[in-house]
Design a protein around this ligand. Structure first.
Ligand SMILES: [Zn+2]
Length: 438
């Protein structure tokens, strides 16, 4: 999606994640539980144990996503708690996000351990050929692969999701045993501020104590989107870094003070990093493609900030010629880094990602279909400049190494295999696309 706003027209009310949640409560599939003593609403699968009854294992795994954090920011002096956590555990200095370097696909890779051609979720925004329109991949039915969340549930272990963004809440749907409904949600950003998200995470820890918790903290990303390099808006991101660091510190303190730390593995990572562009460094491909006789009116674009997904909507017989033309024209536009045929093996994006993938150069952004209106946001990701991420494993469990740096190229798709290995789960049908990093 271009820009941070998930607010878009929906064709049926049950496409809205909150309506889906309410419908599940009405039909008796889940119950709403007020927990945490502050009116926090959690929705829990019917018949789920309030706590991990029987305690088949004392192991706990926590995956904390600092959305949009750049690895160099951990050393910027604003995040002492994250820095100490990273340096005290097993860190992966070469870690990266996976294409498309957007929020939804990388969170899905974390929990499935498979690439988008197997999960059905290649980007935040796609052109839905059935619908005939561009939309956000924020529906529970969009995610086709099994998740480590569901696999742990089937083993009798409990899981929890505390996701600050509406579309993440939507795409993971009712999979976890317990899930927090993000609130209050800032209308323009579509996310709950980290202080609320962390209160919910602490309440879930106290009330339900799930074996696996998956937490997304959205502030660093959301304030990153409005950051303009060289202006006072940079202050907002610096504040977000310091605040989020403090909140992660509170979570770690709670693990220690409640005796959980020695049984815990805590994976901290980002889903992508962040890059900034100025208003003169915008790429808009739609007018270029529409000026071509072959392509005019027959290409739709799903804009993902640093990546454009191009979809041929003309006759199948002309697809090959259209793909060549799209790539040739896009390659000549200033700010375009590279174009790829979507079916390239290494991309592994699946048919939902269209026919051609275009990445922009560092310091640029896409704004499609409209140059002025589609993406006015300076901070973007999705392109190779935003691949590098922080990724480290902390915790007091004996399997977590201390003060070690790994030369391995860890990626977001490694999270599920690592969590599965920690709990003794094998690979899913078809195998992992990532690697266990413990
Ligand atoms: Zn993100």
């Amino acid at each position: 999606m271009c820009g941070p706003s998930p607010v878009e027209p929906v064709e049926a009310s049950d496409d809205r994640p909150f309506d889906v949640g309410l419908a599940e409560v009405r039909t008796g599939r889940r119950t709403l539980l007020a927990a945490g003593g502050a009116g926090l609403l959690f929705s829990s699968a019917l018949g789920a144990p309030a706590r991990a009854a029987g305690r088949p294992t004392r192991k706990r795994a926590y995956v904390i996503v600092v959305d949009g954090c750049r690895p160099d920011e951990i050393d910027g002096g604003l995040t002492p708690r994250l820095q100490a956590l990273r340096n005290g555990g097993l860190r992966f200095p070469r870690a990266s996000s996976m294409p498309v370097m957007e929020t939804i696909p990388n969170h899905v890779m974390m929990m499935t351990g498979v690439r988008p051609d197997r999960s059905g979720v290649p980007a935040n925004s796609i052109y839905d050929r059935k619908l005939g329109d561009v939309r956000t991949l924020g529906r529970a039915g969009d995610l086709r692969a099994d998740t480590v969340i569901e696999r742990l549930n089937r083993r009798g272990l409990t899981t929890g999701t505390v996701l600050s963004k509406e579309y993440l809440y939507g795409v993971f749907g009712p999979r976890a045993t317990h899930r927090w409904e993000p609130a209050p949600v800032i209308p323009v950003s579509g996310h709950a501020p980290d202080v609320f998200t962390m209160n919910a995470a602490l309440a879930m820890l106290d009330e339900f104590d799930p074996h696996l918790m998956f937490v997304n903290l959205g502030d660093i990303d959301r304030f990153g989107h409005v950051d303009l390099t060289g202006t006072t808006l940079r202050v907002a991101r610096r504040l977000a870094l310091a605040d989020t660091d403090n909140l992660v510190g509170r979570f770690i303190d709670r693990l220690r003070s409640t005796g959980r730390w020695k049984h815990s593995m805590v994976i901290v990572l980002a889903d992508h990093s962040m890059d900034w562009s100025t208003p003169d460094q915008i790429v808009s491909l739609q007018p270029v493609l529409d000026a071509d006789p072959l392509l005019a009116g027959k290409v739709r674009i799903a804009c993902n900030g640093g990546a454009d997904l191009l979809y041929w909507t003309g006759s199948p017989g002309q697809r090959a010629a259209a793909i060549s033309r799209m790539r040739a024209l896009a390659a000549g536009v200033p700010g375009v880094l590279a174009t790829h045929e979507r079916t390239q093996d290494w991309l592994r994006l699946g048919p939902e990602a269209g026919d051609v993938v275009a990445f922009c150069q560092a310091g640029w952004r896409f704004s499609d279909p409209d140059r002025l209106l589609s993406n006015p946001i300076p901070g973007n990701h999705g392109h190779p400049a935003t691949r590098q991420i922080p990724f480290f494993i902390a915790g007091g469990h004996p399997r977590v190494p201390h003060r070690k740096a790994s030369p391995a190229h860890a990626t977001t798709v490694d999270v599920a295999p690592t969590v599965a290995s920690f709990f003794g789960l094998g690979a899913p049908r078809g195998g992992w696309d990532g690697h266990a990093r413990l």
